[in-house]
Design a binder for this molecule. Structure first.
Ligand code: AMP
Length: 571
């Protein structure tokens, strides 16, 4: 037997299988650590929150109207009641329970209750077309559907196409329960009312599925992303830290990002894990309603998509208001325009953290906090950094490649396909067999990006939206961000239009802030000099409204259809 290290020798009698010599080569054998098996299960998060931060509040604007206040202790008990009731209704490990609901305490506690029996919360985005909702619920084969009052009329129209749903639970109390013919319909408060919360969470492997969320699917049918207990717990834990979401026990967090957008960017778990107060906006996401909540509840950090923040900003500017307690704005879901970073940081003294991610990544893949080596940056240079989508946190490996899969340099200039791997990145879609990873186990995000020498990634475009002009790529996102900096432009979108010589050229489509028209030449003049000459849009078209997808992104597919007959000016 070959010589052993001292430590290995000491452990050998109990725990180590000695290394051996096979075929002349010395091999080792695994020595397992002596730590406990403590599966990373979601209900441990709410157990912890109830024990250590039991009195910490969760405040919601209820769908019925009034502000509702509860605590992690109460949510813990009520989640157990949900588990108890699901068990009585015959729900078992692996069953899917749909939720069609806004961000409120009831939605939150139902997640913990559903996962507490080993069932799977399936968040359905109410902004999808009814046909898509039907398709998704049938694909998931959901057994119970929890809905807010707002969506009862919608469900009544499509319920006959949802054969797998055995019961509809309306997230309200008896006093607000509408008359409905939905199958076995019950008010949530009655549904859990007879349970006492004396329930032991089910025990199972941490890799068990916990949540299901379908991607927006601008082409083809939506695809289901299936999160596990382990991936959700690790993701939330890795994102709570100071250089990511910076959530602490003293934080007051407003997740404007809905629970139905990929785990509300982990906040449904990270906040209870840290003991932060949660402020849930319910159905009212307009600037005035958000401002009121932020001020009344002392929100320190708010998370949402740029469209929502544009509404808040418009309100603040119009009313001459300031946010007195808010320190940090988390902006993601689509590119945060430079003008928004500037106004939030310069005029309102807020720290903008730009985040990128996708449903397939649980969802956060990068965040733009400032690394130590860049801490001296200020002014324009700091804004330049903040406009980038940021660097990958621990748990996300990132690379950019060319079409053949060859890795490209991190020089901040070379564009490539952005690929990722990590403990909370999908390896396949629900009920799909095909392999979606490359040979090294990386998932192609469908985004095109650069990564700079400091590790900061910048999205250039979706690979299908990038404009291919004369063999070179033009970033539609960069042009859009620039155009919205013009004072008269409310929203902008750029699409590629066929061109005989260059194959494609950019067309800028804008929605004016006031009135039906805008000085097109003025918009182009504003952009000139800020980008390469050959990136300049060939034309500007004015429309009343830009189409959006159900997750609030510009619907380029629809826009391209709308402009199918359009021809660029000669010249
Ligand atoms: P979803 O799965 O619906 O969340 O969509 C994910 C896609 O949204 C990503 O692949 C990106 O194309 C886009 N996206 C998300 N965050 C950002 C961001 N900060 N900047 C630019 N694009 C983003």
């Amino acid at each position: 037997m070959p010589a052993q290290t001292g430590i290995a020798n000491r452990r050998e009698p109990f725990h180590c299988q000695a290394s051996r010599t096979t075929g002349g080569k010395q091999t080792g054998e695994t020595m397992l650590g002596l730590m406990q098996d403590w599966p990373l299960l979601i209900h441990r998060v709410i157990d912890y929150a109830a024990r250590q931060h039991g009195a910490r509040e969760v405040v919601s604007r209820s769908v019925e109207g009034p502000i509702h206040r509860t605590t992690y202790s109460e949510i813990h008990i009520r989640a157990k009641k949900v588990s108890q009731r699901l068990t009585q209704d015959g729900i078992v490990l692996g069953d899917r329970i749909a939720t069609l609901a806004w961000n409120t305490w009831r939605h939150l506690e139902s997640w913990y209750g559903i996962t507490g029996v080993g069932a799977i919360y399936h968040t359905v985005n109410p902004r999808l077309f009814p046909d898509q909702i039907v398709w998704i619920v049938n694909n998931a084969q959901d057994r119970i559907l929890l809905t807010d009052l707002s969506f009862v009329p919608l469900l009544e129209k499509i319920a006959d196409q949802l054969p797998t749903i055995e019961r509809y639970v309306v997230l309200t109390d008896a006093a607000h329960m509408p008359q409905t013919n939905l199958k076995n319909a019950m008010a949530y408060e009655d549904w859990i009312g007879a349970c006492d919360g004396d329930f032991d969470w089910a025990q199972f492997d941490e890799k068990t599925a916990a949540g299901l969320c379908y991607t927006s699917g601008t082409t083809g049918n939506p695809k289901g992303v299936l999160y596990s207990h382990r991936s959700n717990v690790l993701h939330s834990m890795s994102l709570a830290h100071a250089d990511a979401l910076a959530i602490r026990a003293s934080s007051v967090v407003l997740p404007v990002v809905p629970l139905f957008h990929a785990n509300s960017w982990s906040l449904a778990f990270s906040c209870p894990m840290m003991g932060a107060k949660m402020v849930m906006p319910g159905p009212r996401l307009d600037g005035a309603s958000l401002y009121e909540l932020m001020e009344q509840e002392g929100v320190t950090m708010a998370a949402g998509v740029p469209t929502v923040w544009a509404m808040l900003l418009a309100f603040l500017q119009k009313e001459g208001k300031r946010l007195s307690t808010t320190k940090q704005m988390l902006v993601g879901g689509s590119a945060c325009p430079r003008a928004m970073v500037e106004v939030f940081e310069r005029d309102y003294g807020l720290t903008v953290v730009h985040a990128w991610g996708m449903t397939e990544m649980s969802p956060i893949g990068s965040l733009g906090s400032v690394k130590a080596s860049l801490s001296g940056l200020e002014g324009e240079a700091l804004i330049d950094l903040k406009v980038k989508q940021g660097y990958a946190p621990f748990g996300v490996d990132m690379k950019i490649t060319d079409d053949s899969g060859k890795e490209l340099p991190w020089d901040g200039k070379t564009f490539g396909r952005l690929k990722v791997s990590g403990f909370a990145v999908t390896k396949g879609y629900f009920r799909h067999d095909e392999n979606i990873l490359d040979d090294a186990g990386f998932f192609d995000t469908g985004d095109v990006a650069t990564i700079d020498p400091n590790g900061y990634m910048q999205i250039t475009d979706r690979s299908k939206d990038v404009i291919k002009s004369g063999g070179e790529w033009i970033s539609s996102i960069e042009l859009e961000n620039l155009a919205v900096g013009h004072p008269d432009v409310a929203e902008a979108a750029v699409i590629g239009v066929a061109h005989q010589k260059w194959s494609e050229r950019p067309l800028l489509v804008v929605v004016p802030k006031e009135g039906p028209t805008i000085d097109k030449a003025g918009v182009l003049a504003f952009m000139e000099g800020k980008i390469a000459r050959w990136w300049m849009p060939d034309d500007v078209q004015v429309i009343a409204e830009i189409p959006h997808t159900a997750t609030g992104k510009i619907n380029k597919l629809k826009l391209r259809e709308d402009f199918r007959e359009y021809r660029l000016p000669e010249g």
